[in-house]
Write a protein that binds this ligand. Sequence first.
Ligand code: PMP
Length: 334
Amino acid sequence: MRYAEHIADLVGDTPLVKLNHVTDGIACTVLAKVEYVNPGGSVKDRIALRMVEAAERSGALQPGGTIIEPTSGNTGVGLALVAQRKGYQCIFVCPDKVSEDKRNVLKAYGAQVVVTPTSVAPDDPNSYYCVSDRLVQETPGGWKPDQYSNPEGPNSHYHSTGPEIWADTDGRVTSFVAGIGTGGTITGTGRYLRDISADREGGRVRIVGADPEGSVYSGGTGRPYLVEGVGEDMWPRAYDPKVPDEIIAVSDAESFAMTRRLAREEGLLVGGSCGMAVVAALKHAATLPADAIVVVLLPDGGRGYLSKIFDDDWMASYGFLSAGEEVSVGEALA
Ligand code: PMP
């Protein structure tokens, strides 16, 4: 019989799939690494497992302990899955701008969700950050993974995502493209691919970051953008700015248009940061010869964005629907 002992044992080993239509006019091969097939539905399952296991080894997390993290989404789901597997409690702190659906997902996995006001300064005692710090101090056995500074985030990608890409391309990958949020994915995967290809004939793997226009990684000040999970207004310790060779800034409009095309043209119902990464991958791929192999990482699935990116009224309210697209969507409905 072939089965897993627990759903959390199925994290990682995600597939590569070729992009066939959005790549029109591009000479080289572009492969997407599809992270929504992880059991919690995102790339964040990888870091959850490794951060928890390192904390167990160091003694920071003791049997029966409580995991407390300010997170509204994918990292929470990953941590909740691993916590269930290992018998820990979870408390997640979310700002009130996070949709009820997202909070309910965390509760469904058995986590407790504490909601904080969005419109307060970071040093306000009721802020997202202050409340989670206070909960860690007040909760016996409380431990905060802190994905923004925990080195096990990038390490998880160094030891899983990177080797998977190298093995699945038979060591032929020439570029790796990923969005930057905490920076863990690009730092860990990028480091591995650079290390393993350092002496390769034909040169080492090129590492390309994708960033929302306005975020600090591509030289912005942190100006607001709508794509979720990527971009920053500060520099997290999980990110090593020496790893990417290049950073490509992508607008919300480009990211969301590509996200919708991925569903319609490639059968990939994915989130907005995936559209962003693919836009950057295609801009990069357009400069490459036919024998290049570009791998782009798609962090999560699209179901969490049905009332935003995949909602015509929401898209139109921000001016993101082009006239042509509105007509075609209307025709499809008729
Ligand atoms: N996309 C989504 C949807 C995410 O949740 C994250 C994680 N914040 C990322 C991209 C970026 O990954 P990383 O934090 O490893 O840079």
